[in-house]
Design a protein around this ligand. Structure first.
Ligand code: SF4
Length: 418
């Protein structure tokens, strides 16, 4: 098969992996007279350890696979055209694209061929050849295989900037149903080993001020959302454990989209993108705002509200904690105010050392007052108490341009608790 044909198959087969990209971008096509498309496959973007955004060639080494994960287009029983790159072919392709300035790095994943160890050796072969024989200093993200031997995972980390293993589903029960060859303990065990190696390498490199020699950009994973009936509570708890245990840098959420010839065990309709979006917002709250997974949903409503962001939903459920006086509150309480981000909290804390905060100060900081006003007290503002009569509250916190029906449904649900 021609290299171009292989590339077309294997870049397309890699598009279902969201763990390197900003999923949820609005689909846009240039059309016959336009230029570019957000739906194309083959190139994705990622961030290097020093914060640069880089374009990566996103591709599989092969889409042959001996496993039969029901949600995957490349599963053994799937009727798709198969292809496989040889190590040298992929190395030449990466170097060629790099020299033409198309890409700055590589995101490489693979179906499992022969054995996990054999596949891992091939993936390592690409990264090692690029680094050693061609002095390639671009970014490399290698998808690793949890069943591969620890020595191979160790070696993968020597050549890659980032390593990832997809957990795919949040519970073993879910995996048993859709990916019976996969074991959650094996996946988290491999992540735990990588965490130790990353920590050791960081400790070794720190005194010399060098980049660690083992996966300096850490490790990440992906969870598919909506392929099973797992609730957002379950998904967020699993994500929280992955952050606190193996200390993943990122958990990516990928809304399930139906695949051709799919199993009857899978839903027929795609997961709404807004659910994926709300999970990312909740994830952000856990990582940067001090929220715990258990605070973001309730036993009565185990899924995140779709019509309102998770922070506002939490604030409406916990109205006894508001309004918050921005001139006195601790950082942790300021971070809980809807509309206030980490940067603005920092600015408020710095500004109030010199003067008392008024609404005009918040406006200058570009705080979205429409969202924040019902929840804050400033020198010149005190909201009416939030209560069941606060229909005006709905008007004030409704995000501009929100779909009213969605918002009203969410508000009605929350209003019952007010
Ligand atoms: S192991 Fe990976 S490539 Fe193979 S079927 Fe499962 S998800 Fe797909």
């Amino acid at each position: 098969m021609e290299i171009a044909a292989k590339l077309s198959i294997l870049a397309d087969a890699a598009k279902y992996d969201a763990s390197c990209s900003s999923s949820g971008a609005k689909g846009r096509k240039g059309g016959p007279k336009g230029l570019g498309s957000t739906e194309g496959t083959g190139i994705c973007h990622s961030y290097t350890p020093d914060g640069r955004c880089v374009s990566l060639l996103k591709v599989l080494l092969t889409n042959y696979c001996i496993y039969d994960c029901q949600y995957c287009i490349n599963r053994r029983s799937s009727d798709v055209t198969r292809a496989r790159f040889k190590v040298d072919e992929l190395v030449s392709l990466v170097l060629d694209f790099y020299r033409r300035n198309y890409i700055e790095g590589l995101f490489l994943s693979s179906g499992i061929i022969r054995t996990p160890d054999y596949t891992m050796e091939q993936l390592i072969g690409v990264a090692k050849t690029l680094r050693r024989e061609h002095g390639f200093a671009g970014y490399i993200h290698l998808k690793t295989i949890p069943d591969a031997s620890p020595e191979l995972l160790d070696e993968a980390g020597r050549w890659a900037d980032r390593l990832s293993i997809n957990v795919e589903l949040p519970t073993q029960e879910n995996l048993d149903r859709l990916a019976p060859e996969k074991q959650l303990v094996q996946i988290t065990g491999a992540m735990g080993r990588m965490k130790e190696r990353i920590a050791e390498a960081k400790a070794d490199a720190a005194p010399r001020g060098r980049l660690p020699v083992f996966a300096p950009a850490g490790q990440s994973t992906q969870m598919i959302v909506g392929a099973t009936d797992a609730t957002d509570t379950t998904i967020l708890h699993t994500a929280s454990e992955l952050y606190s245990g193996p200390q993943l840098r990122r958990v990516y959420y990928s809304g399930f989209s139906p695949i051709p010839d799919s199993s009857a065990a899978l839903p027929l309709i795609p997961t709404p993108l807004i659910r994926e979006h709300r999970l990312y917002q909740a994830d952000w709250l856990m990582r940067f705002y001090g929220f715990e997974a258990r605070e973001l949903t309730t036993a009565q409503a185990p899924n995140l509200e779709l019509g309102v962001d998770p922070k506002t939903a939490w604030a409406l459920r916990n109205r006894e904690r508001f309004p918050v006086d921005v001139n006195r509150a601790e950082r942790e309480d300021l971070l809980r105010i809807p509309g206030l981000g980490t940067r603005n909290v920092k600015r408020i804390l710095a500004a109030r050392k010199w003067h008392r905060i008024r609404l005009a100060d918040l406006a200058r900081m570009r705080v979205p007052l429409r969202r924040a006003l019902p929840f804050i007290v400033t020198d010149d503002h005190r909201p009416r108490l939030l209560g069941p009569d606060s229909l005006d509250l709905r008007d004030r916190i409704a995000p501009r341009g929100a779909q009213t029906d969605l918002f009203e449904t969410a508000f009605a649900a929350l209003h019952g608790e007010l």
